[in-house]
Write a protein that binds this ligand. Structure first.
Ligand code: NDP
Ligand code: 2IT
Length: 468
């Protein structure tokens, strides 16, 4: 090649280099393309990875070389199995069971079992992914996992529930254990289901061990576990308000849901001097301007397993609203604080606009990912204090870890002892995430703070353990 030609080539305008995509964007795209039809999983990954930009971009080449993000968004293992059982008419039913063992860097997999017809792999993956960071935030040695089935417990007899739980555990018991993976409750799985599952595990594996949490008190359960998620949510809310110079006492709250988390959120809110005025289930919602009567709510939901129409029928001050007929929900009530405690994406941008127009000051998530990304950003833009579920509802799993400790030492702690530890954990989580947000210049952004604080410990453990 002649020199002249070389010069000509060199003088040609250099082709524009495409701007290199950031590592975070690359991994978000990868997750979407590799896991199509899993929108909830995409949503959870986007929220977490976008929050991690300041940490990852400060050391991008190392993170990329070690494929840290690819490893964290890929479950260590996902198990899918058939769950056949016989209904009361003698008909065989077949459901699908899942257990996603997402990340064991800091401890055995830990996370609940969801029984709801909407369950699919994507839902369990979003929950398992969130659980990694939540469990890390508790400061306790528990990794992230989640399981469930598309089984619908509604309207089933106790015998049908037992038949399903026994069949589910017959397969699941091969993959779990007190030091490997410890499931617990979630939507549709309460003390009754945990009891049936524990009995079947013990029968097949022949060991009495802390393989499940949320157990009954007569066979290794922890005092205060039933209350823990809802109580923890309120301890967190109170601490967050205090640190911003505000008080919980005297504030009105809109709560959604009327299950385990909602009931004990309402109970603790009342104990701390706030006034919860709403609750809901999948068919309707209650507005009770006098304040929710938590004893009546427990009777309707925990004892009678009935609908909220029964609450309204027994409580003169309560108004019942049918969701389908009216197209309304509890977020249109004027309140100071919103506590979504039912399910994912139950608070969207229209709800957020109504809450903000009505002067809401704080949103603290009792459920997992109940607020859409758009609604979350709107709250943040409007300077509404917003605490994400992985921090605000971590009291449940934290107390599960306390149950594991009690099982290991074969002792039971008093209610006061567990409750005091729970409160300490929630206060600690709040300050950790508040400090992490400040450290990276995102003061008051508790989403960024929670994701970074949760991520740092997991990544440190992953790095220490080599490429696994
Ligand atoms: P429960 O099954 O006890 O209660 C769920 C409540 O939410 C019920 O009132 C239910 O109404 C309502 N709900 C569920 N799904 C839907 C839906 N698709 N649309 C409308 N309403 C719905 O569950 P939990 O209280 O245990 O769980 C609630 C949330 O909190 C979930 O997001 C869960 O992942 C999260 N969570 C739970 C923890 C725990 O310790 N239990 C810990 C941390 C988070 P209906 O009865 O009509 O279905
Ligand atoms: O979402 C959750 O943190 C739970 N459902 C509780 C998990 C647990 O292991 O107690």
């Amino acid at each position: 090649m002649s020199n002249a030609k070389k010069t000509t080539t060199a003088k040609k305008a250099a082709p524009k280099k495409a701007a290199k995509k950031s590592y975070v964007d690359e991994v978000i795209e990868l997750v979407i393309s590799q896991n199509p039809s899993e929108p909830e999983f995409h949503q959870a990954v986007k929220e977490v990875l976008n929050s991690l930009r300041p940490v990852v971009e400060a050391n991008e080449e190392k993170f990329r070389r070690d494929a840290v993000l690819e490893r964290i968004v890929n479950p260590e293992r996902q198990i899918k199995f058939r769950v056949p059982w016989v209904d009361d008419n003698g008909q065989v039913q077949v459901n699908t069971g899942y257990r996603v063992q997402f990340n064991s860097a800091i401890g055995p997999y830990k996370g609940g079992i969801r029984l709801h017809p909407s369950v699919n792999l994507g839902i369990i993956k979003f929950l398992g992914f969130e659980q990694i960071f939540k469990n890390s935030l508790t400061g306790l040695p528990i990794g992230g996992g989640k399981g469930g089935s598309d089984f619908d417990p509604k309207g089933k007899s106790d015998r049908e529930i037992m038949a399903f739980c026994q069949s589910f555990m017959t397969e699941l018991c091969k993959y779990i254990g007190a030091d490997t993976d410890v499931p617990a409750g979630d939507i549709g799985t309460g003390a009754r289901e945990i009891g049936f599952m524990f009995g079947q595990y013990k029968r097949i594996r022949g060991v009495f061990e802390g393989v499940l949490t949320g157990k009954g008190l007569s066979y290794g359960g922890s005092l205060a576990r039933t209350q823990a998620t809802g109580y923890g949510l309120l301890y967190m809310t109170e601490e967050m308000l205090k640190s911003n110079g505000k008080k919980l006492k005297g504030k009105t709250c809109a709560v959604s849901g009327s299950g385990n988390v909602a009931i004990y959120a309402i109970e603790k809110a009342i104990q701390l001097g706030a006034k919860p005025v709403t609750c809901s289930d999948s068919t309707g919602w209650i507005y009770d301007p006098e304040g929710i009567d938590v004893d009546l709510l427990k009777e309707v939901k925990e004892v009678n397993r009935a609908r909220l129409t029964e609450y309204a029928a027994k409580r003169p001050s309560a108004q019942y609203h049918d969701k389908a007929k009216e197209g309304t929900n509890q977020w249109e009530i004027k309140v100071d604080i919103a506590l979504p405690c039912a399910t994912q994406n139950e608070l969207n941008i229209d709800d957020a606009k109504k809450l903000v127009a009505n002067g809401v000051m704080a949103v603290c998530e009792g459920a997992n990912m109940p607020t859409t990304l758009e609604a979350t950003e709107y709250f943040q833009k409007k300077k509404v204090y917003f605490v994400p579920g992985k921090a605000a509802n971590a009291g449940g799993v934290a107390t599960s870890a306390l149950e594991m400790s009690q099982n290991s030492e074969r002792l039971s702690w008093s209610f006061e002892e567990v409750d005091a530890k729970l409160k300490g954990i929630m206060v600690n989580i709040f300050h950790n995430l508040d400090n992490a947000a400040r450290k990276y210049g995102f003061d008051g952004n508790y989403v960024v703070g929670a994701n970074i604080a949760g991520f740092e410990k997991v990544v440190d453990a992953m790095n220490a353990q080599g490429i696994v």
